[in-house]
Design a binder for this molecule. Structure first.
Ligand SMILES: Cc1cc2nc3c(=O)[nH]c(=O)nc-3n(C[C@H](O)[C@H](O)[C@H](O)COP(=O)(O)OP(=O)(O)OC[C@H]3O[C@@H](n4cnc5c(N)ncnc54)[C@H](O)[C@@H]3O)c2cc1C
Length: 399
C-alpha cells in the first residue's frame, strides 16, 4: 500500500513527487508512467524556455505560478548543477500597427512584476540581437533556457519515489482504503491517495475516476525547424514575435537551445493523434474524441482563419520561413532544416474556448491536473506546491 500514487512522469508529476517528499518525508510514493522513460511527451518535446511570466493575465494562476516557479526553477537548477542559462529574450513588433500591442504587453509585464523589462526602439534592437529587425521590442532579461528532461529526471531522483515505467494506468477503482490502480500489462497497485498528472491523457484519467470534467483535451501539433549550423550566428538568444491576440499560441519564434542548436517554431495545427509524432500519425480514438466534441467545432469556426493559415504553413517551408524572416530578414529559406515536433494538450470547453489557465480538481482521495499548458514546465515547482496544498486541504491531511 503506497501513500500516494502519481500518474505521469512529465515535469508536473515529477515536481509533485518532489514536493510531496519535502512535506511528507516518510511517505511511500509511487510514480506510474506509461512510457519507457520520463518526460516522453510534452515535457521532453517543448521549446526548453524558462518563461518570464510577461504574457499572462495578472492575478491568474499562470501569472503568479510562472513568476514564482521561474525563480524556484533557477534556484533548483543552480543547486543541482543542471545546464541552464538566463540569456534573456526580445519580443519584436515588426509593423507600426503592432506598437500599441507591444506597449500593452510591456504594461502587463510590469503588472506581473517581471524584473528588468526594457522597451527598445528599432535602433536598439541590434544591440541585443544583431540580425533582428523591428519597429520596437521588449527586452526580457529573466527569460532563460534549460533542459527540461534533465530537470524532470533530477526531480524524480530527489523525490525517492518508486518509479514504474511502461506502466499505463487503465483502470482506477476506489476501495475503502483508497485506490486500486490496474495497468495495461495486468499489474495492480494500491495507494491511499492518487494525483494524476497525465498531460495529453488528463481528461481520460479524470473520467476513469468518475469525474465529468468540463474540458476535452484536443491535441495540437507543433513542428520545428532547426537552423543549419552555419546560420546559427543569426540568432544570439531568443527572438519572439508578438503573440497572436486571440489564437492560443506565442507564434513561431527562434530559440537557442541549451544544446547549442537554434530551433524555429513551433506552429500549431490540429493533430490526428494525441501522442503520435509522425506527420501521418493517426489515432481513430483520439480523432473521434476530438471531433465528436462540440467545443472542437466551435473552436474551428471561431478560429478558421488562423487555423487555415497554420495549416498552410505546416505544409509549406516557404511560408514558415516567411514568418521567421519578418523577425530576422537575413534568414534564408535554405537555413531551415526540418526537425522534431511536439504535441500540446489544448483544453477546450463545450463552448469552444480554450481554458486559459492551470486547472486542477480534487475530490475525496484524488486530485487531477486537467490543464497544465505552457508555461507549466517553467512553473512546475510552484504549480506542484499549489497542487499539494490543495490536496492536503481537500483530504484533510495533516502531515
Ligand atoms: C511544443 C511545445 C512547446 C512548449 N514550450 C514550452 C516552453 O518553452 N516552456 C514552458 O514552460 N512550457 C512549454 N510547453 C508546455 C510544457 O511543456 C507543458 O506544459 C508541460 O510539459 C506539461 O507537463 P505535464 O507533466 O503536465 O505533461 P507531460 O509532459 O505530457 O507528461 C504527462 C505524462 O503522463 C503520462 N501518462 C499519461 N497517461 C498515463 C497513464 N494512463 N498511465 C501512466 N502514465 C500516463 C504520459 O506518458 C506523460 O509522460 C511547451 C509544450 C509544447 C507541446
Amino acid at each position: 500500500m503506497y501513500d500516494v500514487a502519481i500518474v505521469g512522469a512529465g515535469i508536473v508529476g515529477a515536481a509533485v513527487a518532489h514536493r510531496l517528499r519535502q512535506v511528507w518525508p516518510q511517505a511511500r510514493l509511487l510514480v506510474l508512467e506509461k512510457a519507457p522513460h520520463p518526460a516522453a511527451h510534452q515535457t521532453g518535446r517543448n521549446s526548453g524556455v524558462i518563461h518570464s511570466g510577461i504574457y499572462y493575465k495578472p492575478g491568474s494562476l499562470k501569472a503568479t505560478l510562472c513568476t514564482k516557479g521561474r525563480e524556484a526553477l533557477y534556484a533548483f537548477v543552480r543547486e543541482e548543477n543542471l545546464p541552464h542559462e538566463q540569456c534573456g529574450k526580445i519580443i519584436l513588433a515588426t509593423q507600426e500597427e503592432e506598437l500599441p500591442r507591444l506597449q500593452a504587453l510591456y504594461k502587463r509585464g510590469l503588472q506581473n512584476g517581471i524584473p528588468g523589462l526594457k522597451l527598445l526602439s528599432s535602433d536598439e534592437i541590434p544591440h541585443y540581437e544583431p540580425e533582428a529587425r523591428g519597429v520596437g521590442a521588449i527586452y526580457v532579461p529573466v527569460t532563460g533556457i534549460v533542459d527540461y528532461q534533465a530537470v524532470t529526471q533530477r526531480l524524480l531522483e530527489r523525490s525517492q519515489a518508486e518509479l514504474r515505467y511502461q506502466a499505463e494506468v487503465q483502470a482506477l477503482t476506489r476501495t475503502p482504503e483508497g485506490y486500486r490502480l490496474a495497468t495495461r500489462s495486468g499489474e495492480v497497485f494500491q495507494a491511499r491517495y492518487l494525483i494524476a498528472c497525465a498531460g495529453l491523457q488528463a481528461d481520460r484519467l479524470a473520467r476513469a475516476d468518475g469525474l465529468n470534467p468540463p474540458l476535452r483535451i484536443v491535441p495540437f501539433r507543433g513542428d520545428y525547424y532547426e537552423l543549419r549550423p552555419e546560420a546559427r550566428y543569426k540568432v544570439r538568444n531568443l527572438i519572439y514575435p508578438l503573440p497572436h491576440p486571440t489564437y492560443p499560441v506565442l507564434g513561431v519564434h527562434l530559440t537557442r537551445m541549451i544544446s547549442g542548436q537554434v530551433e524555429a517554431g513551433p506552429n500549431a495545427v490540429f493533430a490526428w493523434a494525441r501522442e503520435i509524432y509522425s506527420r501521418t500519425g493517426f489515432s481513430l480514438q483520439d480523432t473521434w474524441e476530438a471531433l465528436s466534441f462540440p467545443g472542437t467545432w466551435k473552436f474551428f469556426f471561431k478560429h478558421w482563419r488562423e487555423g487555415l493559415q497554420e495549416y498552410r504553413r505546416a505544409f509549406s517551408k516557404r511560408l514558415f520561413w516567411q514568418s521567421l524572416k519578418r523577425l530576422v530578414p537575413s534568414l534564408q529559406e535554405e537555413d531551415l532544416v526540418p526537425a522534431r515536433c511536439g504535441i500540446r494538450a489544448l483544453a477546450l470547453t463545450q463552448e469552444g474556448t480554450f481554458w486559459d489557465d492551470f486547472y486542477f480538481v480534487s475530490q475525496e482521495r484524488s486530485l487531477h491536473v486537467l490543464n497544465a499548458p505552457s508555461p507549466a514546465a517553467t512553473a512546475a515547482l510552484a504549480l506542484a506546491e499549489a497542487i499539494v496544498e490543495k490536496a492536503q486541504q481537500t483530504w484533510s491531511l495533516s502531515l
